[in-house]
Design a protein around this ligand. Structure first.
Ligand code: SF4
Length: 448
């Protein structure tokens, strides 16, 4: 961040009106400096000050959006070199490469796998996000036709790649409403590509043959008024690509070097012919600091570990993953089905619900908000004791859904069963197993 909380505070209205959702201007300034609030939350800042603070407090790696609507992909917005310093903001976009020199069957197969690849983990949808379409045939019509095909068959964001700026321009104009990333401005075509990106309001990739050239072209584009850039250092070996990624990120964060203050595009698909190696290079780029990661194939055995690696690295380490507090119906429970309760830490929920599901005993699972803490931690923190569980059960609506009054609590909370029976006098408190893996056997006894 360019400005400290105190520096931002000096520019705020200082009326402490609270309209921004925090009680004082100073608190708001501190949140802004920490990247935890948006400037727009204060309605009383003048446009001039907004511009001044906005510019100075913008993340050193600019946030760039590729695509529109639900499939818009945000890149960059990063403020730290290492995740443990705060968090990483926007995960990389895994991108399938298609070429207009591929035959129809190959394109159909690759695109088919791209479209069907989606996973859900702890309530988060994971999938490859972009399709890069490369003009290699030298035929502008073939390039345009492939772009049209991908547009018709998907709603995904696009990367349009063609050294023929005229062919690129035609295809980009035909799908400019999708806000594709245009690839790429180089030393030779910088003005043409800069003007095209400006005209279509599309993000623009910048390619140099080395970092010096990249900085030179990027600086020129910034001078032309372009803001949404994505950097390609031209490295096509894993070692050099890693080195460049680190230099780019360090320059942006530590030296505030504007020409490198953008996310990047990297090409593991051009660094090896070995699919396994390609996946390993891509994984390296997830950790250090790839933005658009272009792959030759989307195969479950390689994309799934990449998506999980990305999810792990880009999860906020200060915020436990949590699911919504509510009654989850597993199977098709009725008024005689078991009622179980647990906390809302995602991992707890998914393990417990998975075991209940595998028991094939339809059940009501009450998930109480424990601020993302696991059962025992939540109990120790006073968020999952009898005094908090009882009001939740009463308000949850479960009493209208079942005829019986039997509540299964986690085995580790056996100690609160007496207290909970006092708080819920109409309910019989049953102590479930300590381990979720024993739930199927426990629930089968229930239905026997
Ligand atoms: S809305 Fe603006 S003026 Fe009011 S407290 Fe927040 S920062 Fe201060």
């Amino acid at each position: 961040m360019g400005l400290s909380g105190i520096e931002i505070y000096k520019k705020l209205p200082k009326t402490n009106c609270g309209k921004c959702g925090v009680p004082t201007c100073l608190a708001f300034a501190m949140k802004l400096a920490a990247g935890q609030a948006e400037l727009d939350a204060c309605p009383d800042i003048s446009d001039d000050v907004k511009e001044e603070i906005g510019e100075a407090s913008a993340p050193p790696v600019r946030t760039v959006v590729i695509g529109t609507g639900d499939r818009a992909v945000k890149l960059g917005g990063e403020t730290v070199l290492f995740r443990h310093e705060k968090r990483f903001e926007n995960p990389p976009a895994f991108t399938l490469l298609l070429s207009d020199s591929m035959d129809e069957a190959t394109i159909a197969s690759k695109l088919g796998k791209f479209k069907e690849t989606t996973y859900e983990r702890v309530g988060v949808v994971l999938r490859p996000e972009l399709v890069a379409i490369k003009g290699e045939s030298g035929d502008a019509t073939a390039f345009g036709a492939l772009v049209e095909k991908v547009c018709n068959e998907t709603d995904t964001g696009l990367v349009l790649m063609n050294e023929d700026t005229e062919a690129l321009s035609q295809a980009a104009k035909a799908c400019s409403d999708r806000k594709p990333l245009l690839y790429a401005a180089t030393r030779e075509n910088v003005e043409t590509m800069g003007n095209l990106a400006k005209e279509l309001s599309c993000p623009l990739a910048v390619k140099g043959n080395n970092l010096d050239e990249l900085a030179e072209v990027s600086e020129k584009l910034i001078g032309m008024g372009l803001k949404d850039l994505v950097l390609d250092s031209g490295a096509r070996t894993s070692g050099k690509a890693l080195e460049d990624q680190i230099i780019i990120r360090r320059s942006a964060l530590m030296k505030k070097f504007k020409p490198f203050g953008f996310s990047t595009i990297v090409f593991p698909c051009e660094m090896t012919d070995n699919p396994m190696k390609e996946t390993m290079i891509a994984c390296q780029m997830v950790a250090k600091y790839g933005g658009v990661i272009v792959l030759s194939e989307i195969e479950g055995h390689s994309i799934f570990p990449l998506l999980l690696a990305s999810m792990n690295i880009f999860t906020d380490p200060q915020r436990p993953m949590a699911v919504e507090q509510k009654i989850y119906e597993i199977g098709a429970p009725n008024e005689s089905s078991p009622v179980l309760i647990t906390g809302n830490f995602s991992l707890t929920y998914f393990i417990v619900s998975g075991e209940v599901e595998s028991s094939r005993v339809p059940s009501h699972l009450l998930v109480k908000d424990t601020e993302g803490l696991s059962v025992l931690t939540a109990w120790a923190a006073g968020k999952f004791g009898a005094d908090t569980i009882a009001p939740f059960v009463k308000k949850s609506g479960i009493e209208d859904m079942v005829k019986h009054r039997k509540l299964v609590i986690p085995g580790y909370l056996a100690t609160i069963s007496g207290e909970l029976e006092e708080e819920l006098p109409d309910w019989e408190i049953l102590i479930g197993p300590r381990e979720a893996s024993h739930l199927p056997a426990y629930l089968k006894q229930w239905s026997a």
